[in-house]
Design a protein around this ligand. Structure first.
Ligand code: SF4
Length: 360
């Protein structure tokens, strides 16, 4: 959902110049660290808040997107990414909204890939993954893709996404991506009680068939309607149990300490390969070792997905400041990163900015 302009995050409400974050006491180290001792290595770079889907757990049909001139330009995006890399970021994930609807995506991928990071990844809803598009992404330097698919039932898929894309379209795109050598190719599904929990096992079967990792994400309070309710969360343990009854699983733990997913292999080795990942921010939070920093498409630094405070980098980018100033701003903003999302804490406040304007 684009931002309804009346809900600008706290910093800009006064209409005065955007506030700079307090100076980090560890600025001198030139590394992205927060006050809880965590080091940032993963940048999530949102390049647009626009999307061609209207997923019911994410955005309203009557969405108003950010004005185009408010989005960071290609040069600005690359400049911010370069600053993060010079401060220690090693992985960059390009997100949206839906990044494929931004025409300059291949150019952005190429610019990010040229920074020499270990990993350039993309999260997409899989609606624009024809062979020519995938080839352009590959050519530009993209190595891995994560594709959202919340249901295999065409009717349910249409109800969830409110789009004309079908599960078949997405699956064909996934097959193409695998065949073109993107690795890993992962699938994401947000499971919402009363919406698609009946898809848990069919999606696991799909992962076995395609030989990819299927990750199930617990429903988080980041929807634009602020309609999230804990009763609609399907806990990861329940999802694992449902799969295990049909396809026995072997727990593998987290790939590394800051990974979001708990990984599982199929006990029978799943002939085509395939794995299961459970991302359980609500029932099994993983904030303690979080290594992620987010930059929104309009240039806000969000140290945490659930930040209720964000820092506006865009004026600096457009005022002709030097690279050191950008880096200092990023170091200071990172230092303010909160300990965790606090979803289960008394007084939890859902961020004003919805997921689609933050980036996965
Ligand atoms: S909620 Fe915030 S601190 Fe927790 S894992 Fe996500 S980004 Fe990191």
């Amino acid at each position: 959902m684009g931002l309804a302009l009346t809900v600008l995050p706290r910093a800009g409400r006064s209409g005065g110049p955007p506030q700079a974050p307090p100076i980090s006491p560890r600025r001198g180290e030139r590394r992205l660290v927060d006050s809880h001792g965590r080091t940032i290595r993963d940048l999530r770079l949102s390049i647009t808040d626009r999307c061609n889907f209207r997923c019911v757990y994410c955005m309203e049909p009557d969405v108003r997107f950010l004005p185009r001139e408010g989005l960071l330009t290609v040069d600005e995006l690359i400049r911010v990414a370069r600053a993060c890399v010079s401060l220690g970021a090693q992985k960059i994930r390009i997100t949206g909204g839906e990044p494929a609807v931004r025409p300059e995506l291949p150019e952005i991928i190429a610019g990010v890939a040229a920074l020499g990071v270990a990993d350039v990844a993309l999260t997409t809803n899989g609606s624009i993954m024809d062979a020519r598009t995938l080839a352009a992404w590959r050519e530009a330097g993209l190595t891995r893709i994560t594709i959202s698919i919340d249901s295999l039932d065409p009717g349910a898929f249409a109800r969830v996404t409110r789009s004309r894309t079908t599960p078949r379209d997405v699956i064909d795109g996934v097959r193409r991506a695998v065949a073109m050598g993107f690795h890993p190719v992962k699938l994401n599904a947000v499971i919402v009680r009363g919406l698609n929990e009946d898809q848990v096992v069919p999606l696991a079967a799909l992962a076995r068939d395609l030989g990819v990792e299927m990750r199930y994400i617990e429903f988080m309070p980041l929807d634009s309607a602020h309609a999230w309710d804990r009763s609609r969360v399907v806990p990861a343990a329940e999802i694992a149990a449902a799969i295990d009854r049909v396809y026995p699983l072997v727990p593998l733990g987290r790939h590394d300490v800051s990974s979001t997913a708990l990984d599982y292999a199929f006990a029978d080795g799943a002939p085509g390969g395939g794995r299961i990942g459970l991302i359980a921010p609500v029932t099994r939070p993983f904030c303690g070792a979080c290594s992620r920093l987010r930059i929104t498409a309009d240039g806000k630094v969000r140290p945490c997905l659930f930040s209720t405070r964000e820092w506006d980098l865009r004026p600096l980018l457009r005022d002709g400041c030097g690279d050191t100033e950008i880096e200092d701003f990023l170091l200071d903003a990172t230092w303010t990163k909160q300990a965790g999302h606090g979803i289960s804490a008394a007084g939890f406040e859902q961020p004003a900015r919805p997921m689609s304007a933050i980036g996965g």
